[in-house]
Design a protein around this ligand. Sequence first.
Ligand code: GLC
Length: 675
Amino acid sequence: MISRYTYGRCMETGAVLEKPEIEAGVLPFFAVDENEKTFTYRMAEHDRVYGLGENLRGMNKRGWIYESKCTDDPNHTEDKRSLYAAHNFFVVDGTELFGVFIDYPGILSIDIGYTKMDTLKVQVSDWNLEFYLITGADVKDVVKQFRKMIGRSYIPPLWAFGYGQSRWGYKSEEDIREVVKKYRECQIPLDSVYLDIDYMERFKDFTLNPETFPNFKEFVEEMKQERIHLVPIIDAGVKQEDGYPIYEEGIEKGYFCKKEDGTPFVAAVWPGKALFPDMLNTEARNWFGDQYKFLLDQGIEGFWNDMNEPSIFYTEDRLKSVMEKLDEYKGKNLDIHSFFEFQGLVSGLSNNEEDYKEFYHNMDGVRVRHDRVHNLFGYNMTKAAGEAFERLVPEKRILMFSRSSYIGMHRYGGIWQGDNKSWWSHLLLNIRMMPSLNMCGFLYTGADLGGFGADTTEELLMRWLEFGIFTPLMRNHSADGTREQEVYRFEKTEGFRHVIGMRYRMIPYLYSEYMKAALRNEMMFRPLAFDYPEDPYAVQVEDQLLLGGELMLAPVYEQNARGRYVYLPEEMKMIRFKQDGTMETQICRKGHQYIDVALTDVVFFLRPDKLIPLAGKAQCTQDIDFDDVRLLSYVKGNMASYEYYHDDGYGKDYENPDHISLLFATAEDDQEILR
Ligand code: GLC
């Protein structure tokens, strides 16, 4: 059951589609303090708290303080309180069981046992919000009700389940051709190559660099012939430049965010001085969305939206005042205080909190200061695109994922997990974030495999891919200046071919699970605690996942490890795909066990009386032979069955019952690979 409580005058964020009637009574479980602007819940000793979508730390969020404040901060270290998103949904599971969604577009903190170990406290910046309280039979039921309320998750085209190669640093058609050539030569499957900021003319949205991409449309077609999709980046900031039509039109029509005095707010991002389209204004949003047509017309079928927290390198005004202040330090003997002040002046230029109070939105006639609605910006940039795709190419599924997001955006696109680093701990963070993101409706997601910042290693990349083959978005992406990390740069070509190849064999299953999760408001990835709540060990597991109804994953995420301890909450069949093309299976009993996982092994666990469909090998999604799926089963009783969702991967008649068929395997059939 969902109850809705309203405090103050809340703003319509569009997160919730099905709103229950407002409750008049007292909010249960929480002490409400209007002066402090807090909601406080006393946790029992063993309560666990799940959710908060894109965030730091464990699956069980207890023991830290989190802030909903979309931030461009690439250093995802443990001391941080927020990443690029604001996902205010969590579930308390323990003595009581309930979910909470706080629909509030400003900045809020959720202290889950940080200040006091037994106290959960939500604090908002102003008292205008909607508080949804969800009770249900178990955590999965609470999540399902919540997901139904916020509407169906975004569905990408089938090709977006293929493997993608990206790097900030590909500068020209030639660079891209080279990447594709190398992958094809090595016979490592590939479906897409991403175009980072260098494809544009001086970082101007919806332009092309005429020197490095002189025949873009032909190039897009040439890549299509290679069965490669190109996926360009779109940034939130529009370059301030006379003669640039988007800038000029935006100024003329008043579509950019403005300062208090009504003049456009100028902040710098990649192109230098830039303006932010007012994504919260319907007309401006439609206008920005229409700009995607330029690239759709060139044959592009997928995009990634970036820098949309929005990220600010500096504002025109702050830069000016910092420059003036810096002058005062000239010739001074900088001591402990003045030196750090001096240093802070420059480092404080970026994403400065005060700057987010300097500009305003015109929310269809109502002027709102940005910081009050900060967390809606990236969401609405992606909504601009999503709505435009519906207008411009209604018959097509377009790939779209964003960096910043708020709940509600999950209907328009997926997200990637931002600028992580080539650190083992970030592989673990990637694993842990999958279920919390699914709880909030974000199903199409994945991290920059191999790590974005810092130098990767062959081993880290291999292990990360071994997990990445299961995440809907599977993209290898790295930052300019870091070690090149296309898989063909390393020695274990066969190993990479095998691991990435396994992704393609799994696509019938992964796609089917994705579609069922989207259409039924379910989670594709779950902590063990959600399916085995009575098991005292399972509820503590933080480094294994359940995938769909059939699999358990226990990824290796440590350097030099050639295996790991796994907890099995029940007997399962371990499946091991080896680089030499063979498969081994072993029935593993319930309990703790050490499992060997050689560097290029793909290992997962099949639950009893379950089966999954597997395809043969393919070099891209187009080549997958869906008429020739084989069944991999573990029949413990008499029979295993599977509800298999399969459609053409492009059309939009998602709900057509013909897309579902039932697959069976009996004990007799229970060989390694059938048919
Ligand atoms: C941001 C993005 C990253 C991209 C870079 C250059 O840091 O998060 O993915 O490569 O900008 O566009």
